[in-house]
Design a protein around this ligand. Structure first.
Ligand SMILES: [Zn+2]
Length: 154
């Protein structure tokens, strides 16, 4: 119960949405941006666990995937395909996982300080002893370099 209370309050410390803040900062910095359209931003994750880990985030607050409009879905399909095309040009034929993260159930009836987003994780390596033992990941590819590579193959 205590953990749930702490989680509910995380976004309320600054009274902002963490992922909306992330989108704002990434759009200002530009160095990890891969693609952008009217509705979404595709970026290489700041603290990527794996090389070319890419996130697709809504540019305005949208906690729940199912609340998206037809325009939202079309823009999401376009940016997913554009991002995957670039990843396939840089890493031909590489396997990947694509995750959709929706607002947590506990936040759906509260302030919704979370945005649904997509995470694409390329399956280039497997976690080994260090990762399993420490819970930390070694990623030899800086996300800024990965994003630059993905922009250049566009
Ligand atoms: Zn948000």
């Amino acid at each position: 119960m205590r953990n749930l209370t702490i989680r509910k309050n995380i976004g309320r410390i600054n009274n902002t949405c963490l992922l909306c803040d992330l989108v704002k900062q990434e759009r200002e910095a530009k160095e990890r941006v891969v693609l952008e359209n009217d509705v979404f931003l595709s970026v290489c994750a700041y603290a990527a666990k794996f090389p070319y880990e890419t996130w697709i985030l809504p540019k305005s607050h949208l906690p729940i995937f199912e609340d998206g409009t037809e325009k939202t879905l079309k823009a999401l399909a376009e940016i997913i395909m554009g991002t995957l095309r670039r990843l396939d040009k840089v890493l031909p034929g590489a396997a990947f996982n694509l995750y959709l993260h929706d607002a947590p159930l506990f936040d759906r009836n509260h302030d919704r300080m979370f945005d649904f987003h997509i995470e694409i994780v390329m399956r280039l390596s497997q976690p080994a002893g260090f990762e399993y033992g420490s819970g930390s990941y070694i990623n030899p590819m800086p996300p800024e370099t990965a994003a630059q590579n993905l922009r250049e193959v566009g």
